[in-house]
Every structure is written in C-alpha cells, then in structure tokens.
Design a protein around this ligand. Sequence first.
Ligand SMILES: CC(C)NC(=O)[C@H](Cc1c[nH]c2ccccc12)NC(=O)[C@H](CCCC/N=C(/NCCC(=O)O)S[C@H]1O[C@H](COP(=O)(O)OP(=O)(O)OC[C@H]2O[C@@H](n3cnc4c(N)ncnc43)[C@H](O)[C@@H]2O)[C@@H](O)[C@H]1O)NC(=O)OCc1ccccc1
Length: 234
Amino acid sequence: MRKIMRAAEFQSIVVLTGAGISAESGVPTFRGPDGLWEGHRVEDVATPQAFRRDPVLVQAFYDARRAALARVAPNAAHAALARLDAQWPGDLLVVTQNVDDLHERAGARRMVHMHGELKSALCLACGERQTAPDTLSDGPACIRCEARRLRPDIVWFGEMPYHMDRIETALAACDLFVSIGTSGAVYPAAGFVQGARHAGARTLEINLDRSEGTHFFDEARHGRAGELVPLWVD
Ligand SMILES: CC(C)NC(=O)[C@H](Cc1c[nH]c2ccccc12)NC(=O)[C@H](CCCC/N=C(/NCCC(=O)O)S[C@H]1O[C@H](COP(=O)(O)OP(=O)(O)OC[C@H]2O[C@@H](n3cnc4c(N)ncnc43)[C@H](O)[C@@H]2O)[C@@H](O)[C@H]1O)NC(=O)OCc1ccccc1
C-alpha cells in the first residue's frame, strides 16, 4: 500500500482529534488508566439527566476540569496542526471532540468544538452563550438576563453535537481524513471515517494504539501524537 502522504498531495483535509492529542499536555483521557471516567460514571456527570438530578456534582466536575486548564499547555501535536492551519493553501477543518482550549492556544483557527468548550457557559433561561466564569458552582448571573441558571456549554450524551452541518459538508468534500488520538467509541464522531471514505477520501489514523475504528482506515500509524503529528505535517 503506497504510503499516504504528505499533506501536499491533497486539496481538502478534515482532521478529527480526541483526548489522546491532549494526553501529553497532562489532560486526562476518558478511557485510559486514571481516565476521566475513572472517578465518575459517564451517566452521573455527562448527561442532561445527571445535571437535573445532581447539578452540584456536575458543576463541580466541570469546574475542576476548567480550573485544570490553567495548569496545562499545548503540546507539539497541537503546534503542528496550528502550523498546518497557518500554511495550508487548501481547505482544512479541525474537528475536535475535546472541550479543552489547547488547539486555540496553539494558534489553530479553522477548527470547531463538536462537543462544546469548558471555557463557555449557556444560560438555561435565555439561551445566551457566554464566557464561563472560573466556577459555575456558586450560581453566577447570566450576562444578559441576570438569571442564575448557567450550565456548562458542553454536549452531553444524548444531546446533539455542535456544528454538524459544517462538519458533514467538510467530510463530503474532503480528499484526506486524518483521525488523531481518539478511541472511536463515541458517535457520531466515530462514524466520520466512513463518511469520508464514502466521499472517496484517503483515511489516516494516528493513535497510541489500535482504536475501535482502525480497520476503517487506509493507513494507521501507532505511537504518540506529539511525535507522529509533526512528522506528518512537516
Ligand atoms: C458511549 C457511546 C456508545 N455512546 C454514544 O456514542 C452516544 C449514543 C449514540 C449515538 N449514536 C450512536 C450509535 C451507536 C451507538 C451509540 C450511539 N452518542 C451521543 O450521545 C452523542 C453525543 C456524544 C457526545 C458526548 N460528550 C462528550 N464529551 C463532552 C463531555 C465531556 O467532555 O465531559 S464525548 C467524550 O467522550 C469521547 C472520548 O473519546 P476520546 O476522545 O476518543 O477519548 P478516549 O479516552 O476514549 O480515547 C483516547 C485515545 O487516545 C489514545 N491516546 C492516548 N494517549 C495518546 C497519545 N499520547 N498520542 C496518541 N494517542 C493517544 C488512546 O489510545 C485512545 O485510543 C469524546 O468524544 C469526548 O468528547 N449525541 C447523539 O448521538 O445525539 C443524537 C444525534 C447525533 C447526531 C445526529 C442526530 C442526533
């Protein structure tokens, strides 16, 4: 199989990233050892039902992750994708499942957070999206309606992911789809590789080890994103 190549061979690229791209920055992954789900059952902290049942637990879970962002920094993989973004003349969309802000802090611009952002909050009274204060646990007021009903601007299980139209348009037009640091366990993100293949794109997986979707990819490179992503981009 001819090695998929240098980005230069392609016109339109979609890159999907998951928790694995932030692991080397010290952001815990979900399913790894000491993963985020270690301490909590998904359904106890990342579902709308959980938020209705125990908002204090859910707010504390996301307040802790938001506070932890101050103690981490982008790594070589984030930086390489930001270089690609700055230099790439063709179409590019980075779709991240991550709610951390490391892609932006590395300089990425052509990107979307399909599962929301820790640094954003949503008012349940008026729907206003706003920068999240450090903690939502003490019920800060909405900047527009002053109600004290802010929730983390995070897509929970059972909720519709963000930017799906833009993502599906990019997948239908891409000629290269690259998946970085994701276990391929959560949908609809885990189905993007099939969408890209359907559009005739070449597909490359960069992950520490085999994922649930490795068999869907034309090529898989297994190792640390911090080493393999710069090798792919530069
Ligand atoms: C568990 C799973 C089976 N359930 C789902 O997929 C559900 C239900 C479902 C929908 N369709 C289906 C079809 C089949 C089966 C189930 C479903 N999906 C939903 O509910 C979605 C919403 C899902 C989003 C939930 N929110 C998240 N995050 C925000 C919260 C938060 O962050 O707290 S999901 C969350 O978990 C997922 C975690 O996965 P990864 O990021 O891959 O992390 P993980 O730890 O698993 O793996 C890390 C990988 O990195 C590797 N790695 C580690 N270190 C490194 C390293 N150094 N270098 C490279 N790689 C590395 C590891 O080896 C590993 O492979 C991410 O998506 C992450 O965002 N919503 C929805 O379907 O709405 C309706 C809909 C949809 C579309 C159209 C119409 C209607």
